[in-house]
Write a protein that binds this ligand. Structure first.
Ligand code: C2E
Ligand code: MG
Ligand code: MG
Length: 560
């Protein structure tokens, strides 16, 4: 079967006609070919091969009984015993009624008597059996995902292997398609909307598979799709089709789809391994807002190894204090002169072999696998000790804010843990602030609100980090019980070049004032930004303009 034929096959249902007599085959084929795509086999063995090759798309077998090599009974027997084949309906072609009983026992769905002199009756029977069996398949079908109608992973892998088998010379790609932060899409816009997003992606994949390329698609898990398809040089075409579809649905809401592509797969790898590579490529751009398609290459592997190395080393890094906490000052700017108000604790990894590693390299990684909690607990402890030391050795109180990850929020011991840290270091909750990343707010806002309220009840000040980085709405501000809002850096970056940014900041400032919330601008790098933010009424500023994050020893400079 060539590729072109295969495209056309997608349009009509496939029916296999099995008869050893050429004239019978042709006659029957002629009758049903207006409505069906007809395949032919001339004996049971030949038929079995064709059934196996096409069984995922085969709607019906029309089967003669008396044939050389392997007769119809034997074929039915085999099909009945094969889990993959037994659901394909068979209509027996016979000239003698005595075959009926045996055929029925073997699971025949119907009979057509030879000779074929009533074409309309034949078509009606064929049509009825196809319909019946499809109805049944709908109920029993575990082959397909009920939401999107795409294959489930097990079937998908199986069909991919089959495709390999029958088209051994095709150049194939393994592609993983992911919706970025799908849990947020669900949380912000509701599950029905999330489902619609998944359906639209599936529909687009289906249409692409019939128009541009050949292959199979599946929903691998919640928001991850796999595509095993004939090679394409550039997946931008596919991505933009999906994005067009989603844009028409999303109406300004942010939904982003990410591609990991393992091109021209090495067939000596298992299908699963090929998709592992595509997944690796995709994971590489998980938090990259510029790049939406990532192709697997030698580097992908290197980076994955690097990630594994970090995961492996994190425990010893904590024991050996290779993980160091740096502090970046925050200055109050309401008065004449900027005043040191507090500091943010930011982790650094001084790796004995790999050198200094920035949190951008490992924080997202550890957020994925839960290790972030280990790291955060370490930082919280170190930061508390530092506040104590500054009090004791320098006679100053500098409250420190620590970053709290989404995972920490779901930890039922969070509050107890923080109180214990303060207790052991003889500190007050006012010595300590909590920065909660904005994406956590959208996740399960009810639970978050509850946790934040409890922490505030104990006297902790809660800051909302990175406000405006993506998933926030001004409206959300009004719902959340926070003390401080930290404007995302992207905002601040454009404040002196883009009027809209400034207007927006002013608007946020008004709302914050109304709600009695302090505003911090972070990422302030120059005088211009500083002045504009001061004018706009911003309370506190953090950024390279004052200082980059520095070690605890260097921080003492700021006390002067
Ligand atoms: P963040 O919490 O929003 O921290 C602010 C980041 O902005 C820091 O990057 C800081 O060095 C950087 N920054 C400050 N001022 C400027 C500026 O003027 N210009 C520019 N371009 N950058 C500035 P850093 O230290 O690389 O941390 C990056 C992110 O990693 C943090 O963003 C935070 O989300 C995460 N992170 C850092 N330490 C921890 C930690 O202990 N726990 C957790 N969960 N996350 C952490
Ligand atoms: Mg922060
Ligand atoms: Mg931030």
């Amino acid at each position: 079967m060539d590729r072109k034929a295969k495209y056309q096959l997608g349009i009509k249902r496939k029916v296999l006609v099995v008869d050893d007599e050429y004239v019978n085959r042709q006659m029957l084929g002629y009758i049903i070919s207006q409505q069906y795509d007809v395949l032919y086999a001339e004996n049971g063995r030949d038929a079995l091969e064709k059934i196996r090759a096409t069984r995922t798309e085969l709607s019906l077998v029309l089967l003669d009984i008396m044939m050389p090599e392997m007769d119809g009974f034997e074929l039915m027997q085999i099909m009945k015993g094969d889990d993959d084949l037994k659901s394909i309906p068979v209509i027996v072609l016979t000239s003698e009624e005595t075959a009926e009983v045996k055929s029925l026992k073997l699971g025949a769905a119907d009979f057509i008597m030879k000779p074929y002199n009533r074409p309309e009756v034949i078509l009606a029977r064929v049509g009825r059996i196809v319909e019946l069996s499809e109805g049944r398949n709908l109920i029993q079908d575990t082959e397909r995902d009920s939401l999107t109608g795409l294959y489930n992973q097990n079937y998908f892998y199986k069909y991919a292997r089959e495709l390999d088998h029958f088209f051994a010379d095709w150049e194939m790609d393994a592609v993983v398609i992911d919706v970025d932060h799908f849990h947020l899409v669900n949380a912000l816009y509701g599950r029905p909307f999330g489902n619609e997003v998944l359906k639209r992606i599936a529909d687009t994949l289906r249409s692409i598979l019939s128009d541009i390329m050949d292959g199979y698609a599946c929903r691998y898990e919640a928001d991850m799709f796999f595509l095993y398809c004939t090679h394409l040089d550039d997946y931008e075409v596919v991505r933009s089709k999906i994005m067009d579809e989603l844009d028409s649905l999303a109406d300004g809401r942010k939904i982003r789809v990410r591609f990991g592509v393992y091109s021209d797969v090495d067939r000596s790898l298992s299908v699963e391994e090929r998709f592992d590579r595509a997944k690796l490529a995709s994971a590489q751009i998980r938090n990259n807002y510029v790049k939406a398609i990532s192709y697997y290459d030698g580097n992908t592997h290197k980076e994955a190894l690097f990630a594994e190395r970090l995961i492996h080393d994190v425990h010893s890094a904590i024991d050996n204090k290779d993980l160091v906490v740096f502090y970046q000052p925050k200055y109050g700017i309401l008065g004449e002169e900027p005043v040191l108000r507090s500091a943010e604790a930011l982790i650094r990894w001084n790796h004995p072999e790999l050198g200094m590693i920035n949190p951008g390299k490992f924080v997202p990684l550890f957020e994925q696998n839960g290790l972030i909690q280990l790291l955060d607990h370490y930082v919280w402890e170190e930061a508390a000790k530092q506040v104590r030391r500054w009090k004791d050795e320098n006679g100053v109180t500098v409250p420190v804010s620590v970053n709290v990850s989404r995972m920490d929020i779901y930890d039922p011991r969070l509050e107890a843990r923080l109180l214990d840290i303060l207790d052991r270091n003889n500190l007050e909750p006012s010595d300590y602030m909590l920065e909660i990343t904005e994406s956590a707010y959208a996740d399960d806002s009810d639970q978050l609100i509850e946790v934040v309220e409890r922490l505030r009840g104990k006297g902790f000040k809660v800051e909302m980090d990175d406000f405006g980085s993506g998933y926030s709405s001004l409206n959300m501000l009004t719902m959340l019980p926070i003390d401080v809002l930290k404007l995302d850096m992207q905002f601040v970056k454009n404040v002196h070049t883009d009027e809209k940014s400034l207007k927006l900041i002013q608007l946020i400032m008004d709302i914050a004032e109304f709600m009695n919330v302090t505003v911090i601008a972070e990422g302030v790098e120059n005088e211009e930004q500083y002045k504009l933010l001061k004018q706009a009424g911003c309370d506190i500023i953090q950024g390279f303009y004052f200082s980059k994050p520095v070690s605890a020893e260097e921080f003492v400079e700021f006390f002067k």
